[in-house]
Write a protein that binds this ligand. Structure first.
Ligand SMILES: [Zn+2]
Length: 243
């Protein structure tokens, strides 16, 4: 394999290293973003739990106020019972008092239920807030990891990009353009090795897609340093230089 294909191979190796570093940074960036979205969603859940608790509390308060009013009313009716003059009045007030007593009994149960619901609402809120504290800690941890990765890879990435660009500059514009298109298509794997599939026969396949490569193409790569593409996948073909 001649200098053109060697230069492309070098470009390929640097390209893959650049992509690897970018992916490691990208993975951590996405993890931080995903955690932020999770926290936003949790914030909305907490807001709705808080809202529901507020409603429950207001409901309980209003029933409690009602209960106090009705209880006070019962007191007044009891007093009235002592001051009525006739049996008819007595019976009428007693009937009111009994109705009121039944209502107060129902209200007491209702207030109890509402207070239980309020307590449950408070517990729900506290649980969600605890989750939020943990998730915030996780976001900070992920953010730190991202910054650490950026700091440790920054120099390396700058160096690799410079090396890659220098390697690319040694290649003619047409081949470079082809390399870039294939790199784009195959996530940096712009080149594919030609593999001999039979020890004694001239049978070859492209390692990128496993489709066969004819002997002329193989020879063009090996003996003439030509930039040849796999006719199936389009990758730029090379052979191991020690063969
Ligand atoms: Zn192929």
């Amino acid at each position: 394999m001649g200098p053109t294909l060697q230069a492309l191979r070098e470009l390929q190796q640097l390209e893959l290293q650049v992509i690897d570093v970018q992916q490691q940074i990208g993975r951590r960036e996405r993890a931080v973003e995903a955690q932020k979205r999770k926290l936003d969603e949790l914030g909305r859940v907490i807001e709705s739990v808080r809202h529901r608790l507020h409603d429950l509390q207001r409901d309980a308060d209003s029933h409690d106020l009602d209960l106090k009013t009705r209880t006070a009313n019962m007191g007044k009716l009891r007093e009235a019972l002592n001051s009525v003059k006739t049996n008819k009045e007595y019976a009428a007030v007693l009937a009111q008092l009994n109705t009121e007593k039944a209502d107060v009994g129902r209200l007491e149960n209702s207030v109890m239920e509402k207070l239980v619901a309020v307590d449950q609402g408070k517990a729900d809120l506290a649980a969600q807030q605890q989750i939020e504290i943990n998730e915030i800690a996780r976001r900070e941890d992920l953010q730190q990891q991202l910054e650490k990765t950026r700091a440790s890879f920054n120099d390396r990435l700058t160096r690799l990009v410079a090396q890659r660009d220098a390697a690319a500059a040694r290649i003619d514009a047409k081949s470079r353009g082809l390399f870039e298109r294939m790199s784009e298509r195959y996530g940096g794997e712009a080149m594919a090795r030609i593999v001999r599939t039979h020890p004694r026969r001239d049978e070859f396949v492209c390692e990128g897609c496993n489709m066969s490569i004819n002997a002329q193409r193989y020879n063009a790569v090996v003996t003439r340093d030509e930039v040849q593409q796999c006719s199936n996948c389009g990758r730029i073909l090379y052979v191991d230089s020690d063969r």
